[in-house]
Design a protein around this ligand. Structure first.
Ligand SMILES: Cc1cc2nc3c(=O)[nH]c(=O)nc-3n(C[C@H](O)[C@H](O)[C@H](O)COP(=O)(O)OP(=O)(O)OC[C@H]3O[C@@H](n4cnc5c(N)ncnc54)[C@H](O)[C@@H]3O)c2cc1C
Length: 388
């Protein structure tokens, strides 16, 4: 059995764990990152998601060495169009009207993961792929984590960034509240006849939603959220039949939809950790909170976890008082965003005509009542409250 020591040990090299490793390294703190899965640079795991990042999240990642990645792969969101199928309300949000250059940036998730992984290949960051953490024991001065290959890694702080199904969260005695939306997101990249030119679309349906996030030229990422059984039927369709379902639901705002890439399906659950800290441990990213994609908030929240955690660390990164201050500081942001996202997600499941009418009226009102609309935009894009 090998024994090593490091200052901070991160379990989970997803988008959040890798971002934290880079943020800590930029402050001169050496880290070890243990990932259960294989090195993404040597595998071709399918992830067709396109992620909408708030402007401040994009700036934060750019400052960690991803400036060129955003220049090459980021597409701006300059306008947002929200509509409700079969109803009259439409809300249009324009960045310039809010005094902003853009609301945020859309990036392909897989390319972002590879860019973060590349940036993390530097002295001071030890990357251990294919060797997840299986257990951890804390003492007054350190925490010793055991990995799948039997190594023991001593650190002052273990950061639990192992995703929504986190086994390390529960092994640390932290419960999580789980709400199953009984919906799945079917995700794919497509081509549209007309370029979206920086416009993102969200179309609320009686039983889900369809969102289209712009990429360069006529490429776009589409998320189609449907009840689980219906999502199974959609996954079983051939490409042409699937495209025609999508076209009927989304309409012809961007002309014909075509050239669809592989489809990937994500079950949608809300997972809320009941605490963020345990002795010499802190939970971040999806392991702390996993939210419905309707508000495009998950990674934005995880990056704010990263920024706040790095700012709160003192001489001993596992110091209980500093961790308690961190947990308290994250409370309003995470609870506020999770509550708002949950309500929006439940709204997409309301099928009664009256609920549809109320939602439609709310959208129409939001379009007329500028201050309300501005508030929704700014908060939604991570500018309100604690932002990165
Ligand atoms: C359809 C969809 C669309 C989305 N769109 C957006 C969007 O537009 N904007 C946005 O901000 N967010 C969006 N999100 C949310 C975003 O993708 C997540 O919030 C983000 O990817 C979470 O990253 P993470 O690193 O916390 O977790 P994960 O990506 O789950 O990474 C956890 C990692 O930990 C590893 N692991 C597990 N167990 C162990 C262990 N014991 N030891 C070591 N490693 C372990 C796993 O292999 C994995 O690599 C979307 C999500 C979905 C599903």
């Amino acid at each position: 059995m090998s024994e090593t020591a490091t200052s901070i040990h991160i379990a989970g090299a997803g988008l959040v764990g890798l971002s934290l490793a880079l943020a800590l390294k930029s402050r001169g703190i050496a880290v070890t990152l243990s990932e259960r899965g294989p090195d993404p640079a040597t595998t071709n795991g399918p992830d067709e998601r396109h992620l909408a990042l708030a402007e401040r999240s994009a700036q934060f990642l750019a400052s960690l060495g991803l400036k060129r990645f955003f220049e090459e792969h980021g597409e701006v969101i300059a306008r947002i169009h929200v509509s409700s199928a079969g109803e009259f309300g439409v809300t249009r949000l324009v960045a310039h009207d809010q005094g902003l250059k853009r609301f945020g940036v859309v990036v392909p998730a897989r390319k972002l993961l590879l860019a973060l992984r590349d940036a993390a290949a530097q002295p001071g960051i030890e990357l251990r792929f294919g060797d997840g953490v299986t257990s951890a024991e804390d003492s007054e001065t350190d925490i010793a984590a055991t990995t799948a290959t039997g190594s023991r890694i001593h650190s002052r702080l273990l950061v639990i960034a192992d995703g929504a199904e986190s086994s390390l969260r529960s092994a640390s005695g932290i419960d999580a509240e789980v709400f199953d939306y009984e919906q799945d997101a079917v995700v794919a990249a497509i081509d549209t006849e007309r370029a979206a030119n920086g416009e993102a679309f969200e179309r609320l349906l009686r039983n889900g939603l369809v969102a289209l996030l712009p990429q360069r030229g006529t490429r776009a990422g589409v998320v189609f959220v449907q009840p689980r059984e219906r999502a199974s039927e959609l996954m079983a369709l051939g490409d042409d039949d699937y495209l025609s379902e999508l076209q009927t639901t989304f309409g012809y705002r961007l002309g014909r939809l075509r050239r669809i890439g592989p489809r990937v399906r994500w079950p949608l659950r809300r997972v809320m950790a009941q605490a963020l800290i345990a002795p010499r441990r802190v939970v971040i990213g999806n392991a702390a909170q996993s939210v419905h994609p309707i508000g495009a908030q998950g990674l934005n929240l995880g990056l704010r976890d990263v920024a706040d955690l790095v700012d709160s660390l003192g001489h001993d990164p596992g110091d209980a008082d500093a961790l308690a201050r961190y947990a308290l500081q994250r409370m309003p942001d995470r609870l506020g965003v999770c509550r708002q996202t949950h309500l929006l997600a439940l709204g997409t499941q309301l099928r009664s005509p009256l609920a549809a009418l109320a939602r439609s009226a709310a959208l129409a009102a939001a379009d007329r009542l500028l201050p309300l609309r501005d508030h929704l935009t700014l908060r939604g894009m991570g500018w309100g409250g604690a932002a990165v």
